[in-house]
Design a protein. Structure first.
Length: 463
């Protein structure tokens, strides 16, 4: 006879504006949220139900908006220690300038850079993060383990997109020869990482995706075999696509077709795939993504920083393409937090063909929450505030100087300055209080990041 399960412990939050981002975009001007262990038990307008048992904490959230936690769908954590370099370059020139430095990272650098990247996002409302790590210099140590360890320590839900490169300078690619793996080695190491770390459960805190880097740094064999590997292992796949006009030209010259057609020819489109950037997409490209349900990680700040262009996000959404938001690596987005992407996605897309009707505040919030969950394949358990989903949510303070005169709470958070995060919960556990992380020491991370950035700069200069 099985032992009776322990009664759930409950947290009750009341008097908050709530944007659920559910299918109906349900909102409450003043409502409650009840958490039972790591799940959302109930929510609604007015006060929480009376006589709830095992209530271990009550929070009066007057003056706050509760939203789902933000979901970041594209990043390169290691770049935290190479910020502020090559600031006036386009993508290809930026890569050429920085690859010689990136090729000299090691496990300690990557661990500290991951801590910095995660800390900046988490204290700004991100509850689910991802990292596309594709630089594995020979003899650099256990880089995947270092990244996953940093996320676990932070308490953030996490997807590692285990990247890879096998096309170096000698093969017409951009990375130095010693910074890439063999095709066979990359596939074997990726499979090992999936088997060691991937957790497919509903409550999973760590998942792994198969993620060859980009058309100009990988062979067709690595892309094709990567897709086959991901499907054999039952995990998602990720890569960069259609980021710049130079990439478009590269694909036509090398493969005789554009990026989207190339990806489809290798099996790298599908509902288990999401692609970073997708700036230069024509109508047929968007139709292919919609038909295959391939997701997009939209990175507006990085696209602007590298002068890549404006992605056709309104057209993608209209066609039914899943779209989330991404910070991208902090060597091309030095702020490194996702609220900037909510605001910039809205503002930059209004510079495009659709102008003021491109996106509104609620669409931007959806991109940063439910859209991100869709793209990561986790929309059944995160991304919206609904009974039964995992308790990942944020309390944004909107009654202070920066937001008190904006009547609509969602407009305040999306259009306004970055709202203070009074509390952020992941899996029912609080990880941020009053804009400070509870799980790690931010000042230590800042000092360590500066130390490792300086060490990397010295090593690169000596080389």
């Amino acid at each position: 006879m099985a032992a009776p399960s322990a009664a759930p412990q409950r947290i009750v939050i009341e008097n908050a504006a709530i944007a659920t981002v559910d299918a109906q975009d349900t909102e409450y001007a003043s409502g409650y949220l009840v958490v039972a262990d790591n799940r959302i038990e109930s929510l609604g307008a007015g006060k929480a139900p009376e006589n709830l048992e095992n209530v271990v904490r009550r929070i009066d959230a007057t003056g706050h908006l509760i939203t789902p936690g933000l979901v970041n769908t594209h990043h390169h954590f290691y770049q935290w220690i190479t910020r502020g370099l090559a600031t006036d370059h386009n993508l290809f020139n930026w890569l050429v300038a920085l690859y010689p430095t990136w090729a000299r990272i090691d496990e300690q650098m990557v661990r500290v850079a991951a801590q910095g990247s995660l800390a900046m996002m988490a204290r700004g409302g991100v509850t689910t993060a991802m990292d596309h790590h594709y630089v594995f210099p020979q003899g650099s140590g256990d880089l995947s383990g270092a990244i996953i360890g940093a996320a676990s320590e932070m308490g953030v839900r996490f997807t590692l997109a285990r990247g890879s490169m096998d096309r170096s300078e000698k093969d017409g690619g951009l990375p130095p020869d010693f910074a890439v793996e063999t095709t066979e080695g990359a596939l074997a190491a990726t499979e090992e990482t999936v088997k060691k770390f991937h957790d497919a459960s509903f409550d999973s805190m760590t998942q792994v995706a198969v993620a060859p880097c980009s058309p100009f740094s990988i062979s067709t064999e690595l892309l094709r075999e990567g897709a086959a590997l991901g499907r054999r292992l039952g995990v998602r796949m990720h890569t960069h696509g259609s980021e710049t006009v130079e990439e478009e030209k590269f694909c036509h010259e090398l493969f005789g077709m554009g990026p989207t057609d190339y990806f489809e020819s290798t099996g790298f489109l599908g509902e288990d795939v999401w692609m970073a950037h997708c700036v230069h997409m024509n109508d047929s490209d968007i139709a292919a993504f919609a038909r295959t349900k391939t997701g997009v990680a939209h990175c507006p700040s990085s696209n602007a920083r590298l002068a890549a262009g404006i992605a056709r996000v309104p057209d993608m959404l209209k066609a039914g393409v899943p779209v989330g938001l991404g910070v991208d690596g902090t060597a091309s987005n030095e702020s490194g937090e996702l609220h900037t992407e909510l605001r910039n996605a809205l503002l930059i897309n209004r510079l495009g063909a659709h102008r003021e009707s491109a996106l509104n505040a609620r669409q931007a919030l959806r991109l940063g929450t439910y859209g991100g969950a869709q793209v990561l394949g986790r929309a059944d358990n995160i991304g919206s505030l609904e009974a039964g989903k995992l308790a990942d949510f944020v309390l944004w303070k909107i009654d202070g100087l920066g937001h008190s005169s904006i009547a609509d709470p969602v407009t305040a958070v999306v259009f306004g300055a970055a709202a203070p995060v009074t509390a952020s919960f992941v899996n029912g556990k609080q990880i941020v209080e009053n804009n400070r992380l509870l799980t790690v020491d931010e000042d230590t991370i800042a000092r360590d990041a500066r130390t490792e950035a300086q060490r990397l700069a010295r090593i690169a200069a000596q080389a």
